[in-house]
Each structure stands twice: as C-alpha cells, then as structure tokens.
Design a protein around this ligand. Structure first.
Ligand code: 5GP
Length: 205
C-alpha cells in the first residue's frame, strides 16, 4: 500500500491528561494545510465528545471487523480499549498534498514510523508528574484507581520520549501550541529541501 503522497505525516503522542487534545485543536485551527486523522476506538464517549469529530466510537465487533478488513494503518490496545488509525483517510489527504496529524500512543507511533519513515514525531510532556496528577484530578472524569493507572502508564510513556524527534513541555498552553506549530513549519521547510521541490525555482537562475 502506497502511503507517500506529497503531504507529510506528523505523529503526536502524550500521556493522558497532558492537554494534548486542546493543543491539537488550537494548532489545527490556525493551520489550513493540516488535517486531523480521527481515530476509531472501542471506548465510550466522554461528556462533550462527538462521534466523527473526536473519535469514531465503534463496538468491539465492528473494530475487529475493521482489523480483518485492513481498515487500520495501525491499531493498539491502550488502557483496555482498542484504538486505530483509518488508513484510507490518511492516504486520501496525503495524496491531496495535505499534511496529516495523528494523535496516537507510542506503540502506534512506532508502527506508523515503520511504514512512513519520514514522519515527524512529537511528544508532549507535563512539566512534572505532580502537575500531571493535579490535572488528572481537576478533569474529574476518572475514579481514583483509574487516575493511578494513568499515572503509571504516563511514567512508562515518558520513558519512551527520547525516541521522538521533538519534545514539547506543556507548561503554559499558548507556548506549547506555538512550539508545536513551529515544529510543523520547520519540518515543512526541511522537507522542501530534502525533496528537491526546488527544481522549478532553480530553472530561473
Ligand atoms: P483517550 O482515550 O484518553 O482519548 O486516549 C487514550 C490513548 O489512546 C492516548 O494515549 C491516545 O494517544 C491513544 N490513541 C488515540 N487514538 C489512537 C490511535 O488511533 N492509535 C493508537 N495507537 N493510539 C491512539
């Protein structure tokens, strides 16, 4: 399956509670060339989440059928639920020359990197584990045991952070958004050079 259209793949990961979704929404709002790959999941929607916008909420059966049919570019089990990236969506946007942002965990990030080696990977860190714990409690959507599980999972994910191309600390939201936007711009400029799209320009000199 050919994935390499003219567009570029950006992979963004972060432990639960770091503020990744808020950052992604802000970056997308100011970037007309970037599309968000809406994942499919077997978990239930949280208050305020919309089918087709935040996730495609699927039953286990539908998700497993999707796996069999080769619907997912990658999929992984995270916190006991399945999550997967829609292959067709990503391929269509790349072919149109649009860049695609995948918000996926580290297992998924490694799988996509294996298929799209030139993908740019970003990891968002909390300023500290104490701040992450405070944010998870403030969110007030999880029971105590779930918060503890998320904190343990976060520690494991953070150990993987050195694998990523770029690390962004979400200390202040506006700065984190600006950092992610700047990384995306820098990757586009580097790509322009790497892919010799310069031919038509050089012809004038
Ligand atoms: P949440 O349920 O809190 O939205 O997400 C839980 C975790 O699943 C996060 O680490 C998120 O990055 C990850 N995730 C969301 N969508 C996908 C996906 O399509 N593939 C993979 N591998 N992970 C995903």
């Amino acid at each position: 399956m050919v994935l390499n259209g003219p567009g570029h793949v950006f992979i963004l990961s972060a432990p639960s509670g770091v503020g990744k979704s808020t950052i992604v929404k802000a970056v997308l709002a100011q970037d007309r060339r970037l599309r968000f790959s809406v994942s499919s999941t077997t978990r239930s929607p949280r208050p305020g989440e919309t089918h087709g916008v935040d996730y495609y909420f699927l039953s286990h059966e539908a998700f497993e059928k999707g796996i069999e049919a080769g619907r997912f570019l990658e999929w992984a089990e995270v916190y006991g639920n399945y999550y997967g990236t829609d292959r067709h969506l990503v391929r269509t946007w790349l072919a149109q020359g649009l860049d695609v942002l995948l918000e996926i965990d580290v297992q998924g990030a490694r799988k996509v990197r294996a298929v799209v080696p030139e993908a740019t990977t970003l990891f968002i860190l909390p300023p500290s584990m104490d701040v992450l714990e405070e944010r998870l409690r403030r969110r007030a959507t999880d029971a105590e045991d779930v918060i503890q599980r998320r904190l343990e999972a976060a520690q494991m994910e953070i150990r993987e952070a050195p694998w990523y191309d770029y690390l962004v600390v979400n200390d202040a939201l506006e700065e984190a958004v600006a950092d992610v936007a700047a990384i995306i711009r820098a990757a586009r400029c580097a790509r322009l050079r790497a892919h010799s799209v310069l031919g038509p320009f050089l012809a004038f000199f």
